[in-house]
Design a protein around this ligand. Structure first.
Ligand code: CA
Length: 404
């Protein structure tokens, strides 16, 4: 049993050894009653209201915490992110700080969590070879499951930033056009699905015309969020040829309320499973370039899948290098997501499309796609740097009936 401060990492009660210990410290934006939303840091089951503490301590960047989004903090860049993290760790571990800091802790269930960052652009990739193979087999049964480009570049598309919503936001069943028995039909989607993904949030921008090397990943990426990229498979299957995803994806994408700093995932880094053939030089990475993040998909409280992020073929550093390889600039608040995470096993598939094999093989309690009233929760954990496991923020969403 620990008795002295030297063996007790944090003085916050209940936080020591929890999934939100001092080796995690994710950032979010919270609101209480009529107060202005501002930046919070999670420790245990508490949210630290950072702004008043930063002001009292005259931190030179204290203004970035009294903001309704993380963008100002994210724009400061990696040396400031590291300094702030060191400062926060000191506040939460050194006993003399307790009197100043403790009055600014609030129970997490007494605050409202808001969308943590102002989303600039949204790019969604397709980086799981298991997912791409499964979808290819279902959507193109007579052709090759993997198209010839797949092993040479991380396939992606630009999504819709304005429909990214925070965990807890209800999702209205989308309406749209699909292929019917006697020609195209229009109506509520009949094959509404999830996609369990991780998302990477850009802090440091880049100049138009410049490229970002794989080695510069940590200079630009502030942190990681869990993503549910809701997908209407009937709309998607009809519309996606030849330009790719459009309305089947753009109606809603949910992200966690907490953004986990990249530094908190240092203990989760693992080598990629292997790339064959080796990618072109601009996509080569220094290993370990993958992340050992374990994801759980819960449908109405039951775990229906456990997708392993460590199985992903393309790394986030390669996604970033590729999306900027034409000189496209990065902006603070850009979000790029991995694409559905699927492992080798059936119970590791990150979408209902794959779990039910296109609706032909019901899973769980005879389920194929989402029904009105269903609640989906994505939970994720990863090895922390102190030997335990840290939690990424959960992503929760409930399906509401289509609007008439
Ligand atoms: Ca997706």
């Amino acid at each position: 049993m620990s008795t002295g401060t030297e063996t007790r990492p944090t003085w916050v009660e209940g936080a020591d050894g929890s999934p939100y210990d001092v080796d995690n410290l994710p950032y979010g934006v919270f609101a209480v009653d009529e107060e202005e939303p501002r930046v919070g840091v999670r420790i245990g089951d508490q949210v630290l209201d950072v702004a008043p503490v930063a002001a009292a301590e005259m931190l030179d960047v204290h203004d970035v915490f009294n903001q309704p989004s993380l963008n100002a903090l994210m724009a400061l860049g990696p040396s400031a992110w590291a300094s702030v993290r060191t400062w926060l760790t000191r506040l939460l571990t050194e006993a003399p700080e307790r009197d100043v800091v403790e009055p600014h802790l609030r129970p997490v269930d007494e605050v409202r969590m808001l969308l943590p960052f102002e989303v600039a652009d949204y790019v969604d990739f397709y980086c799981s070879i298991q997912h791409a193979t499964n979808v290819g087999r279902m959507f193109r049964p007579d052709g090759d499951a993997l198209l010839p480009n797949w092993r040479h570049l991380p396939i992606g598309y630009h999504g819709r930033a304005g429909t990214i919503v925070v965990s807890g936001t209800d999702v209205v069943r989308p309406t749209g056009q699909r292929k019917g028995e006697a020609g195209p039909a229009y109506g509520p989607s009949t094959r509404l699905d999830i996609e369990a993904e991780l998302g990477f949030v850009v802090g440091t921008p880049s100049d138009l015309g410049s490229t970002v090397a794989t080695s510069a990943f940590a200079d630009h990426v502030f942190g990681v969020t869990v993503v549910n990229d809701w997908s209407a498979r009937d709309l998607q299957a009809w519309e996606y040829v030849p330009l790719g995803p459009f309305l089947g994806k753009s109606f809603a994408t949910s992200v966690s309320a907490w953004v986990t700093p990249l530094a908190a995932l240092e203990g989760a880094r693992v080598p990629l499973p292997g790339q064959e053939p080796p990618p072109l030089p601009y996509l080569r990475v220094d290993e370990p370039a993958g992340y050992d993040v374990a994801v759980e998909v819960l449908l109405n409280g039951e775990v229906v899948s456990r997708p392993p992020y460590a199985a992903m073929y393309w790394s986030p550093a390669q996604m970033l290098a590729h999306l900027s390889s034409n000189g496209a600039s990065l902006r603070t608040g850009d979000l790029f997501a991995s694409g559905t995470i699927s492992g080798d096993e059936r119970e590791q598939r990150g979408s209902f499309l794959e779990l039910s094999w296109g609706g032909q093989e019901p899973f769980g309690n005879g389920r194929t796609f989402l029904e009105d009233g269903d609640e989906v929760i994505l939970r994720s954990t990863a090895p922390g740097t102190l030997g335990g496991r840290i939690a990424l923020g959960e992503v929760r969403g409930t399906i509401l009936p289509a609007r008439p």
